[in-house]
Design a protein around this ligand. Structure first.
Ligand code: KIV
Ligand code: NA
Length: 276
């Protein structure tokens, strides 16, 4: 399939066809998601939680993002690959451009994502000026969950919803090609979507956004911590993975593995030289 680029994204959005996005953090997850036909892959800073086992995303470094992004890029052929700028990596417009360019250059990302509304407009402009495609992310922004008072729904009052809409407009005007809306009431997300020219990608924002994004390990039942309400587990892969590995342990234990077909032979003639 041809590469899903920003032009394809705009066409799909113009045709009002839903856009699919999922996180991927390495070669196998990217290869599997890309092969399944997902439009956009996100190397999310959620890597800190679902892959590195930390309690939140704040410790994720630029080096870690570059490392995972580069691995995911190797497994990606069709999807548009977006890399997250981690907490503290875009405090200034200069930081944003420098680190965004790094994610594109060293991490081989097609685009980057950062969290925040009006307050990150200078950072978005700086990235766009540097030639980096930028995705916004508003509503629940996990990098500032402590400041938000935990993982909670955003935009629940008229004033908060109006603020979200202003943030979305500011990001659009600054040059973002799309905006993630996380944990926003469905009606608010739908209304913001209908008033924007660029696509919205929702997570816990209902069915009225232009597309959906989910965390790979949540969709597949591979995360052992609390699963949010907005997740649907399309499979529960942890148990079959455990079962397969337990069978391996059993086969080794019983000397049932390896079999001759897994084994490299040597001719008797050569063996004679070795074992006299
Ligand atoms: O890091 C992440 O996984 C994300 C998505 C959930 C939007 O930012
Ligand atoms: Na993220």
């Amino acid at each position: 399939a041809p590469k899903f680029n920003l032009h394809q994204l705009r066409l799909k959005h113009a045709r009002e066809q839903p856009i699919s996005m999922v996180t991927a953090y390495d070669y196998p997850s990217a290869r599997i998601a890309d092969g399944a036909g997902v439009d956009m892959l996100l190397v999310g800073d959620s890597v800190g939680m679902v892959v590195l086992g930390r309690k939140d995303t704040t410790e994720v470094t630029m080096d870690e993002m570059v490392h995972h992004c580069r691995a995911a890029a190797t497994g990606t052929s069709r999807a548009l690959l977006v890399g997250d700028l981690p907490f503290g990596s875009y405090l200034t417009a200069e930081d944003a451009a420098r680190n965004g360019v790094r994610l594109v250059k060293e991490g081989r990302a097609d685009a980057v994502k950062l969290e925040g509304g009006g307050r990150v407009v200078p950072q978005v402009r700086s990235l766009v000026d540097a030639g980096v495609a930028v995705m916004g992310h508003i509503g629940l922004t996990p990098q500032s969950y402590a400041a938000l008072g935990g993982y909670r729904v955003q935009g629940r009052t008229g004033a908060e919803a109006a603020r979200l809409f202003e943030d979305a407009l500011a990001l659009q005007a600054a040059g973002c090609f799309a905006i993630v809306l996380e944990m926003v009431p469905a009606e608010v997300a739908q209304r913001i979507t209908s008033l924007l020219a660029i696509p919205t990608i929702g997570i816990g924002a209902g069915g009225g956004t232009s597309g959906q994004v989910q965390v790979f390990h949540d969709l597949l039942g591979l995360y052992d911590q609390k699963v949010p309400k907005f997740v649907r587990q399309f499979s529960k892969l942890e148990q079959p993975m455990r079962d397969a590995l337990a069978q391996y342990v059993h086969a080794v234990d019983a000397r049932a593995f390896p079999q001759p077909r897994h084994t490299f032979p040597i001719s008797h003639e050569h063996l004679g030289d070795f074992c006299r």
